[in-house]
Design a protein around this ligand. Structure first.
Ligand SMILES: Cc1cc2nc3c(=O)[nH]c(=O)nc-3n(C[C@H](O)[C@H](O)[C@H](O)COP(=O)(O)O)c2cc1C
Length: 387
């Protein structure tokens, strides 16, 4: 018997527990897991929790404004939803649900290249521009056509992910039989499915079609993680260099954010090719294990390129307090990955709505208790080195 669920989910980790109960094991682990020994996955969150803040009092915090700008858009708080592949396998038409919730919360949603819902389905669900994430594929004509469709769908910001020239070693997927076509793998998968009738009815049957919406013409069935992985290995282009990003810059008229930067030199190169921003990211600990946490890498990058580029960070942000810490350490804003997909998988649109409201409120309360009323007043002064 697992832990009894609380009556009301309050935090990202509460939604994680709900997602675990709702999803077949292989899908839960696909979200939850990281690369190799998951050292970086753990560091991303523990390093956030080690940061101490200063409690400051008697500063009139009756009027607090959490709004700011990200990629030239007005946002209600400095946070966006990170691209998550296969979101439509975790919750019925997951990307369309998430964009609606993000719209209402006043924050950007990023559609993954490998989303289940297509650009046009997300556009139809959305009442404002959303961000589109791109992986470079070998077929540059396919890339161009994807970007044209993103522009036509009203995407003003392109998030170009650079930390996946090859897929990281995710051992949970192997253990769950996801990377084998053997009989043992198939039987194991069926056993994981039959104990999740709610997901089977709502998502597996009710949430069809399960193709990669924006790539439907190119990719096999999205329900087979093994085939998905094989397709990525065959089609994602590991030969990409900065000159390809220059090409991308030349054909993309909107904002360009380079996602997956962890070193100062790479951030400087991103500024050199005319990117508008970088996302300090280690892909949520899913790619190179044993790299440092993103929050540890953020300050040096922000100090070096922050005057030229927008600097965002993701990895391990689990609350509005973490959002505050990231901004204090030099970020213009953060992206959250697992928290939003856990909430959507575990609690549907209302779960995600509640979780985003909690992040907003936590951020606001943290501002009040550190004695600041505007996002631009949040600085490293509010980090306590005594901790
Ligand atoms: C299940 C899952 C799927 C992801 N898919 C993508 C993707 O398609 N494109 C991408 O750029 N990043 C992808 N990421 C990485 C996230 O965008 C983000 O960098 C990461 O989740 C941030 O860490 P966090 O989960 O600790 O918030 C994925 C992450 C997870 C957990």
């Amino acid at each position: 018997m697992g832990k009894t669920l609380d009556i009301v989910a309050a935090t990202a980790s509460d939604y994680r527990a709900r997602a675990e109960r709702r999803l077949p094991r292989f899908l839960f682990d696909y979200i939850d897991g990281g690369a190799n020994d998951e050292v970086t996955l753990a560091a991303n969150t523990t390093d956030f929790s080690k940061i101490r803040l200063k409690q400051r009092v008697l500063r009139d915090v009756s009027l607090i404004d959490t709004s700011t700008r990200l990629a030239a858009e007005q946002v209600r708080m400095p946070m966006a939803l990170a691209p998550i592949g296969l979101a439509g396998m975790m919750s019925r038409r997951g990307e369309a649900q998430a964009v609606r919730v993000a719209n209402n919360a006043g924050i950007p949603f990023t559609l993954s290249t490998v989303g289940i819902c297509s650009l046009s389905e997300v556009k139809d669900a959305s009442n404002k521009p959303f961000w589109f994430q791109l992986y470079m594929m070998r077929d540059r004509e396919a890339v161009k056509s994807l970007l044209q469709r993103a522009l036509a769908a009203g995407c003003g910001t392109l998030v170009f992910t650079v930390d996946l020239p090859v897929t990281g070693m995710r051992h949970r997927d192997t253990r769950n039989g996801m990377l084998t076509n053997s009989l043992v793998g198939k039987v194991g998968k069926v056993r994981q499915l039959v104990v999740r009738p709610g997901w089977l009815k709502d998502v597996a049957l009710g949430g069809k079609p399960h193709t990669f919406g924006s790539l439907a013409a190119l990719v096999p069935d999205a329900t087979n993680l093994n085939a998905f992985r094989a397709w990525i290995d065959a089609q994602f282009d590991p030969s990409v260099t900065w000159s390809d990003i220059e090409w991308l810059r030349s054909i993309w008229p909107g904002k360009l954010l380079i996602k997956g930067i962890l070193e100062v030199d790479d951030a400087i190169s991103a500024a050199g090719i005319g990117a508008d921003g970088v996302i300090v990211s280690n892909h949520g600990g899913r790619q190179l294990d044993c790299v440092a946490s993103t929050i540890a890498k953020l300050p040096a990058i922000a100090a070096t390129v922050g005057a030229k580029l927008e600097v965002l960070v993701d990895g391990g942000v689990r609350s509005g307090v973490d959002v505050f810490k990231a901004v204090a350490l030099g970020a213009n804003g953060v992206l959250i990955g697992r928290p939003w997909i856990w909430a959507l998988a575990g609690g549907g649109s209302s779960g995600l709505t509640d979780l985003l409201a909690t992040f907003q409120r936590e951020f606001e309360v943290t501002m009040a208790l550190t004695g600041v009323t505007r996002v631009s007043d949040i600085s490293a002064e509010l980090i306590d080195s005594a901790g």
